[in-house]
Design a protein around this ligand. Structure first.
Ligand code: 13P
Length: 250
């Protein structure tokens, strides 16, 4: 059985006090939820306070990115050790916005995943095709390359803890969610790629869907056999809305 993960990626939103206020609101709304892993990814500056506010709750905190080196002359970068030190259990790696605006590629994604695993963090590897790639029939090729290169040279035991998020770029922030069938088709494909690379471990890997997830569409997505949760952007910014997604029914 794969325990579902519902993760909120706040992107570049919320100050420290807004983050703390959100966690206090959310914890009351979801205190009875035990069968879902709940994750919030605030901006770096709010992680420590959010993690403190989430102590003794069922909410885990994630970073939105990290750098692979441990320390040194890398102005502006945050190391895996720093991320662990402020209370993160998860880290998002390879989000399409990082790929688009910050020159992230499969090679840097792979370095970040290795560094995260070395520090006991659970990486959430994001993959997804653009609308042009989908329309020109390249979706599966793109996804296979992102998964294979992103996870290159990892051992089976390392793969075991990894979470993958399928986020079609055309569905992010557009209100245009992939249908359950469209998402399931790619999730099933990703599990097939994992099986080819790592055998039965594929059955344990959580594969999340991301892209305009809301309380109104989560139930349908979660009925699909290979969709194990969601990575939520816009709808994770309001505690009530995010709690509505955490409390999906299927
Ligand atoms: P939206 O839910 O706002 O479409 O964002 C999805 C996303 O990018 C989560 O990482």
């Amino acid at each position: 059985m794969r325990k579902p993960v519902i993760a909120g990626n706040w992107k570049m939103n919320k100050t420290v006090s807004e983050a703390v206020g959100f966690i206090f609101d959310l914890k009351n709304l979801i205190s009875d939820v035990t069968d879902v892993e709940i994750v919030i990814a605030p901006p770096f500056l709010a992680i420590y306070s959010a993690a403190q506010a989430a102590k003794d709750t069922n909410i885990y905190v994630s970073a939105q990115d990290l750098f692979w080196e441990e320390k040194g002359a890398y102005t502006g970068a945050i190391s895996p050790g720093m991320v662990v030190d402020v209370g993160c259990k998860y880290v998002i790696v390879g989000h399409s916005e990082r790929r688009q605006y910050f020159a992230e590629n499969n090679e840097t994604v792979n370095k970040k995943i290795k560094a995260a695993l070395k520090h006991g963090l659970v990486p959430i590897l994001c993959v997804g095709e653009s609308i042009n790639q989908r329309e020109s029939g390249e979706t599966f090729n793109i996804i296979e390359t992102q998964v294979t290169e992103g996870l290159s040279c990892l051992s089976s035991s390392e793969i075991e803890s990894i979470v993958i998020a399928y986020e079609p770029v055309w569905a992010i922030g557009t209100g245009k969610t992939a249908t359950g069938e469209q998402a399931e088709e790619v999730h099933d494909f990703i599990r097939g790629v994992l099986r080819k690379l790592y055998g039965d471990i594929a059955d344990h890997t959580r594969i999340l869907y991301g892209g305009s997830v809301k309380p109104e569409n989560i139930d349908e997505l979660m009925t699909k056999p290979n969709i194990d949760g969601a990575l939520v952007g816009g709808a994770s910014l309001k505690a009530e809305e995010f709690a509505g997604i955490v409390k999906f029914r299927c």
